[in-house]
Design a binder for this molecule. Sequence first.
Ligand code: ZN
Length: 143
Amino acid sequence: MMSTSPLTTGKSYLLRLEHDGGLIEQITEFCKDKGIRLGRVEAIGAVKTARIGYYNQTTREYQFAQLDQPMEILKLAGNVSLKDGTPMVHAHITLADEEGKAWGGHLAPGTVVFACECLVQELNGDELNRAFDEQTGLPLWKN
Ligand code: ZN
């Protein structure tokens, strides 16, 4: 197990994301604009369509599902750290369809916002860098 040194809470921002814009794309752009290199993210709202990933641990590749239906964002939870020196948002999402049934997974680019209220909270402390991890095939925190 690895951990950072204790972190302190930095500035928090509430964002209203743009209708028809990309969900993770807008959050990432905001972090880059504000220079947020470490943080946490959460959001609620609704999407027009979604693209979610499932990491196949055998093939070590993401499998993506395209969900072309309006859905509620029950919860988006994620973090911000560095990959190749730039802020990367890693987020997972739980969505509900018209019947209240849940879908979920790794939030991928291409998920389109209907409306979204998002909290971005900056954390202060040592930088956290992602690098390729042999055991999993994923870009995990190394430092
Ligand atoms: Zn993920």
